[in-house]
Ligand binder design. Sequence first.
Ligand SMILES: [Zn+2]
Length: 252
Amino acid sequence: MTPPRPGPTGGDRLGRTLRLELADATLREWDATVLDATPERIVLDRSAFYPGGGGQPPDHGVLLWGGVQTRIVGARRADDLELIPAEGDPLPVPGAAVRGAIADERRTALMRTHSALHLLSGVVFRDFAALVTGSNMEPGEGRLDFNLDAVPEGFKEAVAARCEQEVLADRAISVYSLPREQALAIPDIIRTAKNLLPPAIEVVRIVDINGLDVQADGGTHVASTAAIGRIEVVKVENKGKGFRRIRVRLRD
Ligand SMILES: [Zn+2]
């Protein structure tokens, strides 16, 4: 199947804001117009700030305008995509032209981490038939919870070795959108055991690690598994019957 190209479609809007990061996760700077600005929130017509979701925390960055800057310390989904200005920073007025910039180090680390967790989920599903029941990530580290009753001897080392193989295999990671029915026809597309797709969602964004893992996902990802870099499996915790937590960290 030829995946449709992602682009600035209706699905890439949140209220009045066009979400640029969904079509291009590498975008770090862009021009925009301010639609609303209060000490609590700034709304732009175009934004690449990831608002958080799917376990991936929101971006940080700045808006540059009139020779000054407004630091952005977070973002969230509301009626529009809302950027959270740093307390006390100057605010642009509605109608002002601004240049937005994402804090690159944090976002790039989050992209690598998010892709690493998909890779881990793909490996554990393929080789140990376990589903994800929970997740969390910070830049450079994260954890996934699995419904896994018992683990074989050497499980942690086996997972680490297979993750390393998948990074070395440099599998392409592609992002595309599918109509709901077509997406749900893909076996195991909703990889998390509990998380079902809300009925209102008509177009499903897919993150596809070629040959390893296909998931419905709204986050930002690197372009291939080699771009994740080395994944260290920090520990495997037994959290009770049928509940194993795997913690990973990115090296370098
Ligand atoms: Zn994800």
